[in-house]
Design a binder for this molecule. Structure first.
Ligand SMILES: Cc1cc2nc3c(=O)[nH]c(=O)nc-3n(C[C@H](O)[C@H](O)[C@H](O)COP(=O)(O)O)c2cc1C
Length: 181
């Protein structure tokens, strides 16, 4: 799939069909995330592939989002902050968040290329997720991703995206006009 197409067709899907994805494709998408930029090339992310129905049900409960339980798999993205914080001290927290986003976007684009559907879940109780998946206390739970195929019956519409001229400035913040270069 062309890069533009993957970027533009990605969308949050909350209605899944019963068809089970090949777990190898999900692993391949996680594998792609390894190529994401990381401060000092210190890779901070960990991915947990969850297929157990009971655990998926519990993750759905802690997110207070029922559709999560309909997914065939959930990938939980965690970060181990220690090396980045050691290297960059107070800037490290900022870097960790930024590189988590970079890694997740790479993962999402590869899922998109495979025709797999997901939705970024950021609302959950950290301690409950840690408990369900035996995640050590020093590890951060960043987000999780219910994965399946989009239901053919209830297709999600692409969301309207913000216009370029509302996010782009030239030379200084707030300056919307490009000077001749
Ligand atoms: C940090 C973050 C947290 C999010 N948490 C949730 C969530 O808990 N539940 C949900 O339904 N969507 C969640 N989303 C998905 C956004 O609502 C969605 O990306 C946004 O509405 C744009 O839609 P799109 O993904 O289809 O482009 C989250 C997205 C991000 C980046």
């Amino acid at each position: 799939m062309e890069l533009d197409k993957a970027i533009q067709s990605r969308k949050s899907v909350k209605k899944f069909s019963k068809k089970k994805p090949d777990w190898r494709k999900i692993i391949e998408a996680i594998d792609m995330a390894r190529y994401s930029p990381m401060a000092g090339n210190l890779f901070s992310l960990k991915f947990i592939l969850v297929s157990d129905k009971e655990k998926i049900q519990q993750l759905s409960k802690t997110s207070e989002q029922e559709f999560v339980a309909d997914a065939q798999f959930v990938v939980v993205v965690c970060s181990n902050p220690s090396r980045t914080l050691n290297a960059y001290e107070e800037r490290g927290d900022n870097y960790l968040k930024q590189q988590t986003g970079a890694g997740i976007q790479t993962f999402l684009l590869k899922l998109e290329e495979f025709g797999l559907a997901t939705c970024w879940i950021g609302h959950f109780t950290d301690d409950k997720v840690k408990n369900i998946l035996k995640i050590p206390k020093e590890i951060n739970v960043e987000a999780f991703f219910p994965i399946g195929y989009e239901s053919g019956i209830a297709k999600t519409k692409q969301k309207r995206k913000i216009e370029l001229d509302r996010i782009l400035y030239f030379e200084e913040y707030g300056k919307s006009r490009m000077v001749k270069v």
